[in-house]
Design a protein around this ligand. Structure first.
Ligand SMILES: Nc1ncnc2c1ncn2[C@@H]1O[C@H](COP(=O)(O)OP(=O)(O)OP(=O)(O)O)[C@@H](O)[C@H]1O
Ligand SMILES: [Mg+2]
Length: 246
């Protein structure tokens, strides 16, 4: 059984079709890249998978269960964790507290006490290298530190499916390589079944993804192993004849 299955999912905003009859399957153990030009529907697709928006058409199955109309707070305990393209931490809470919130609302859910959630947060803080910032108010972090906190918060949810929306934007190339290696390692250890990432940074996509789904104007253009997908002439064309951002 696929971990996640989308059947003909469509999400409209008024007259605009942001996600256009997208069908896809994510298998356990996959690292998947989702790419496409600005406005091609990547974030909306993640919002539909995580339950921020409900689709007008189609079905979403998670481990075979129909979650199409399920609110986000019920999806997170099933194992759908995500980062937000624009981080919005609880600004006055500390980094550590923000990450602990992930543990409280993730797959461990009601089973974790506040103290246990803080312990989970501390373990992840050590893994991703946020120790120096853990007691700072999250609102005072730099944009890159906020992105890292987002990743840590999502990991604290102990998800089966980790959706990362441009989580590495703004990071230095050498930090991206490190981050990619770290997420792969954590995903394996924590038995995160699928990491799906939206990225404009091809370095991160090539380093992480085994397969790539390319969106264009809300529709799925290509769904293939990474190298094949990125060399597909249709993909080169939607990026206006230029390879995607280095
Ligand atoms: N809440 C919303 N209300 C109305 N239109 C929206 C909303 N969210 C997204 N859109 C529109 O839907 C389309 C897809 O947007 P989306 O943010 O999913 O693209 P994206 O691929 O994530 O782009 P980017 O690479 O810039 O992050 C765009 O035309 C966008 O303007
Ligand atoms: Mg986006």
């Amino acid at each position: 059984m696929a971990l996640l299955e989308l059947e003909n999912v469509t999400k409209r905003f008024g007259g605009l079709t942001a996600v256009d009859h997208v069908s896809l399957e994510l298998e356990h153990g996959q690292f998947v890249g989702i790419v496409g030009p600005n406005g091609s529907g990547k974030t909306t697709l993640f919002n539909v998978i995580s339950g921020v928006f409900f689709p007008e058409e189609g079905r979403i199955l998670f481990e075979g269960q129909d979650i199409t109309g399920m609110p986000p707070y019920k999806r997170a305990p099933l194992g759908i964790g995500r980062t937000f393209q624009i981080p919005r931490p609880f600004g006055s809470a500390t980094v550590r507290e923000n990450i602990a919130v992930g543990a409280m609302f993730g797959t461990l859910g009601h089973k974790t006490s506040v103290d246990e959630s803080l312990e989970i947060a501390d373990a992840i803080i050590a893994r991703v290298g946020l120790e120096a910032h853990k007691d700072k108010a999250a609102g005072t972090l730099t944009p890159v530190e906020k992105k890292l906190t987002e990743i840590a918060r999502a990991l604290a949810m102990k998800p089966k499916l980790l959706l990362m929306d441009e989580a590495m934007a703004g990071m230095h190339p050498s930090d991206i390589d490190q981050m990619v290696a770290l997420i792969k390692q954590i995903a394996r250890e924590e038995q995160i079944a699928v990491v799906a990432m939206v990225e404009h940074i091809m370095r991160a996509v090539v380093g992480m993804a085994e397969k790539v789904i390319v969106l264009h104007q809300g529709a799925k253009l290509v769904d293939a192993p990474t190298k094949e997908a990125l060399e597909d002439p249709r993909v080169v064309e939607v990026y206006l004849g230029h390879p995607p951002e280095e």
